[in-house]
Structures are given as structure tokens and as C-alpha cells.
Design a protein around this ligand. Sequence first.
Ligand code: PLP
Length: 384
Amino acid sequence: MTQKPNTLTGHLGREPSRYHGAVSTPVYRVSTFLMPDLETLERGTAPYVYGRRGTPTSESFATAINTLEHGATTVVTPSGLAAITTAILSVCRTGDHLLVSDSAYFPTRNFCDRVLARYGVQTSYFDPCIGNGIEELFRSNTRAVFCESPGSLTFEVQDIPAIATAAHRHGASVLMDNTWATPLFFQPLDHGVDLSIQSVTKYVGGHSDLMMGYVCANASHADRLVQTHGDLGQFASADDLFLALRGLRTLARRLPVHEQNGLKLARWFAQRPEVTRVLHPGLESDPGHAIWKRDFRGACGLFAIELKPLSRSALAALMNSLKLFGMGWSWGGFESLITPAHIVRTARPWPADATVVRVHAGLEDIDDLIADLTQGFERMAREL
Ligand SMILES: *Cc1c(COP(=O)(O)O)cnc(C)c1O
């Protein structure tokens, strides 16, 4: 990458001369592309043949992502979860075994335990901090390892290069949900991952107003990804593709603000008597800090805190009194959020009675965010 991210994200995938000088590639709402003659129709040689198979808007987006991810091919999906399921289905078949990190996004687990299981693919979960120890978990039929680093509820950082080396030695593919870092702060394919997955819904979209995902493959996984994506009938809507491109234009400017606000909030929480632990790999005290520092270029605004034991009404008093932190199941938008984190673990123990709250630091002024949390803790104290 010669140009810097701020420059790249502003220019990638744009070709104004093709669109009467329009700065942004327009929305192409299209199912049917008309062919100029019978031969072109029958040979399928036109640049665009059918809405689901690619449009100028999707091509703009995929071109930009291929450059940011250092990938060979990018396919788009109507949600991040559809990107996850498409990536897994492009490598697994009946009789295979799949290794999934224990801190993965919960709907990923549901897909493995319900749908994959029904089609004869067996999933087992591994401790995200396992590193080289993953070597012992491979079976003769292990087809792939699915990672999400850091886990988006408990924030363990995985040693992706070590896991990828072990996986490839056993002939297994490596898939990674990289929604937390985005390709600006971690480039999975450069660290041994074969399929890099992103919920565009989060930071790339950046405004909490669209649902979309993508999978970006390296050269060895490109053909099977494209084929499976096509066979499953996956694509993304024209308007969402346009919004995703618009979000991408400011991603490199937004992400460092989320990072700074997130780190400031994390350090502030770490000083509070109400908080027992802050789960944020950007903090020097975090168990994942060394690997995060080695492999990542930055942190986004998402992290968690563990509170001292408290009553349900005290937790409700805190959350209900916040004015700037919305309560909602997402993140990556411009606005701050707070939600309780329901943690399900199998391979790695977790205290059953822990009260963990996930925080998304938005783009608001940090002083206002801290003032809001301060009054929230005061309200909470009255209920303790
Ligand atoms: C939200 C999320 C997804 C799913 O994305 P959708 O666009 O909501 O389907 C996948 N992985 C992680 C880590 C997420 O936070």
C-alpha cells in the first residue's frame, strides 16, 4: 500500500469519467441488463449480465475492498451474518469438522449448531487464547478454522498468524470475522487468513442505517467463494451498496475518533470504583495487549466493562438514566451505545454471575460522554 488510508478510502473504486463526472458511482437499481445482440447475450460477454451478478455500484465497492484487504475477490451479501454463512459454506461439506473460536458472535454459533449440524458438519469451539495449542485440536476431517478477533463481547485477541500456520499445515482454511478492526486496523489476508469477513452494517456503513456484509478471498479461495455466493443467490441492494461506499469515504477519518474516545472511556472506567475489569486490548494491562500491538494498527470504539456485583434495579438505574448512550444491539455507527453482554462460553470458563456491559464509543465529545456516565453512576449508587 503506497498511499495512506485517508487517501485510499476517498479514491478507491471511483471512476467519474464513466458517470458523466459524478463524483460517486451512482445507485444502479437494475435486474435486467439489455444485450446489444444475440451473440453477446448467448456468450455472456457483456460487462454486466444480471442484477444479482454485479452492477457498476457493486463493482465500485468490491474494487475498493480488494485493494484495502489485499484480496483477489470480494463478494457482497445482504447482512454480515450472510457473509459469515456464505464464507463457511464455501469451504465446508458433509462429514467435515469446523473449529470456531469460543468468543465468536452468537448468531455464528447458532448457524454452526443448527444449520451446519443438520448438513453433517460438526463444530467444536476453542479457547480464543489458545495460540499454538490449536495444533492438538485438528482432526483428519477438520476443514476450516473460524476466528473472530477480538471477540466482540469479551475482547480476547487471537494469535491469528500462529492459528493460520497450524491450520494450513493440516490443510484447513482460515476464516476470520474482522468487523471489530475493519481492514484499516487489521488486514487478515496478510496474516494468513484465507477469507476475510466484514459486517458492513457496523463501521463501514458507519451511520446505523444499512445492513450489508462482504467476504474477501485470497487467490486460492476466490473461485469457490464466487461460485458458492452465486449458487446461494447472495447479493446486496443497490441503495445499501451506495451507502456502504459513502461510509467508506470517511471510514479512515471516523475510526481514529472512535478509537480515541474508546480508549479515553476505557481508562476512565478503569479508575471507577464501580468497575472490576475493563476488557479492551488497547489497554496495557489487558491480557491481549501484546498480540494486539504486534498485529493491529488500532482499536475501534467497542469494548466492555465488568461491574462489581449489583442488583438488577441498580443496573437498570444506570442504563435508563443515560442520555447519550442508546440501548441497542449494534455498534459501529456515529452514536454511542451501551448494552448488557450475555456471555456464553464452552471452551473457556467465565464467571456465571459476572455483570458485563458492552460500550460503543461514538463520535460525540468525550467530555459530554463522561459527564453522562458520571451522572449515570450517581443514579446507580442510589439503587445499590
Ligand atoms: C453485527 C455483527 C455481525 C453480523 O452483522 P449483521 O450485518 O448484523 O448481520 C457479525 N459479526 C460481528 C462481530 C458483529 O458484531
